[in-house]
Design a protein around this ligand. Structure first.
Ligand SMILES: NC(=O)c1ccc[n+]([C@@H]2O[C@H](COP(=O)([O-])OP(=O)(O)OC[C@H]3O[C@@H](n4cnc5c(N)ncnc54)[C@H](O)[C@@H]3O)[C@@H](O)[C@H]2O)c1
Length: 390
């Protein structure tokens, strides 16, 4: 099939390369010219996609462009643009709206358009169709949420089960056929609203449980017991329990964001989701909680040298979107601490450079150290481990 994948980020790039490897002729479209030039030189900005994955299909089954010209000759168009929150913590659909407008301007009859961006229930049938209808041609429309988990060595685009739903049975069947050509397990729901909601349920489930375990961690700390040991003990139960682990807060483009899409949709229909609102409150309060713990360990923070270790939103990725380290560092500095940070995968962030791991700090706060981070280099520096455990 001829395929255009709009958005070549964490979701769109691995999808485009997997489809190209399956023999589809794929054009990756992205409005970021620097990214397009980088990909066009056969290099990958994402750790999970090796350079060789790109260079092996570049110029044959994969090409990349800032323009939308390939839409007019595509059998399938997949939309993978960001759907973040705006400054009021409400869904920001501007990138999606803009991408769909560009697609509509080139769309030809018979094309299957698939939305992979995370959206609230009703968005595909409503806003998405409204914009594509401007094309004035007969097209088909499906929804298939991405489940990619960056740095996961077991589950990737091709072996993570995929969900699809179509506005029509024919759109659903075409989406099933497309994904089945490179994903080992694809199942479908009876409506796009079911699958849109399923995606938001998955990530809201994580947010609520991580926030809950953060409260449990605070309780264990008061008792002087190790929350990690508590979780591991509970996890010996073979059914009805799933372990979640504490931290300085959730980050990335999904877990802190997607539940707010569900909460906003729930408010609209008069069925508010108090668990999500509460979980957001707990999550956003974690940096301030750990500033309190640091004060308890050091007394006044004024002039104290603190190193924050691992500022990416999770271990083994270089992605700092929505990272809880941002709030933590900002609050520590407000309290007068002299804060540096170390992250060997991030390197530079907000115009600052990573600092080497070394002894000589009053405190090191472990946010998301990577697998290869050598904490031994901190010498006898006091440690505060936000992830639990002593
Ligand atoms: N990152 C994840 O782990 C993950 C997992 C599952 C689902 N998702 C969802 O997938 C979607 C994409 O997320 P992502 O992490 O890949 O985002 P990203 O920021 O990594 O990539 C999005 C890309 O889209 C490009 N873009 C923005 N507007 C565009 C436009 N109008 N036309 C063409 N390109 C445009 C950007 O330049 C960027 O390169 C979001 O809805 C997200 O919620 C993300």
């Amino acid at each position: 099939m001829k395929v255009s994948v709009v958005g070549q980020g964490y979701v769109g790039l691995p999808l485009a390369i997997a489809a190209a490897n399956a023999g589809h002729v794929v054009v990756g479209i992205d409005t970021n010219p620097d990214l397009v030039a980088y990909l066009d030189s056969g290099r990958s900005p994402i750790r999970d996609v090796a350079d060789t994955f790109i260079s092996s299909v570049l110029g044959s089954f994969y090409s990349v462009s800032t323009g939308y010209e390939s839409i007019g000759s595509s059998d399938v168009v997949v939309i993978c643009v960001p759907t973040p929150l705006d400054s009021s913590h409400e869904p920001d659909l501007s990138a999606l709206t803009s991408a769909l407008g560009s697609v509509a301007s080139q769309l030809v009859a018979g094309t299957l358009v698939i939305i992979e961006s995370t959206v609230a229930p009703g968005t595909t049938r409503g806003l998405v169709a409204d914009i594509l209808n401007r094309a004035g041609v007969g097209y088909e429309l499906a929804y298939s949420p991405e489940r990619i988990d960056p740095a996961n060595k077991t589950w990737n685009v091709t072996n993570t089960p995929k969900l699809v739903a179509g506005i029509t049975d024919s759109a659903r069947d075409r989406a099933l056929a497309f994904y089945s050509s490179f994903v080992s397990s694809v199942s479908f729901g009876s409506s796009v609203e079911v699958i849109e909601t399923a995606k938001l349920l998955e990530n809201s489930f994580r947010l609520v449980n991580i926030s809950f375990i953060n409260e449990v961690a605070g309780f264990c700390s008061k008792l002087g017991i190790d929350v990690r040991e508590v979780i591991d003990a509970a996890a010996t139960k073979p059914y009805g329990f799933m372990p979640f682990y504490p931290g300085a807060g959730v980050g990335g483009h999904c877990i802190p964001v997607d539940p707010s899409y569900l909460a906003a949709a729930a408010r609209t229909v008069g069925a508010p989701m108090r668990f999500i609102d509460l979980a957001n409150d707990v999550n956003l309060s974690m940096p301030s909680y750990f500033v309190g713990v640091a004060s308890g360990m050091l007394g006044s923070l004024v002039g104290r040298k603190i190193l924050v270790v691992g500022i990416a939103y999770k271990p083994d990725v270089a992605d700092v979107r929505e990272t809880p380290a941002a709030g933590l560092i900002s609050l520590l500095r407000k309290a007068g601490a002299l804060v540096s940070w170390h992250d060997e995968l991030v390197g530079t962030w907000n115009g600052e450079l990573t600092s080497p791991l070394s002894a000589g700090y009053d405190l090191a706060i472990l946010v998301n150290p990577h697998t290869g981070t050598d904490l031994g280099l901190l010498g006898d520096t006091q440690l505060l481990n936000t992830r639990g455990g002593y």
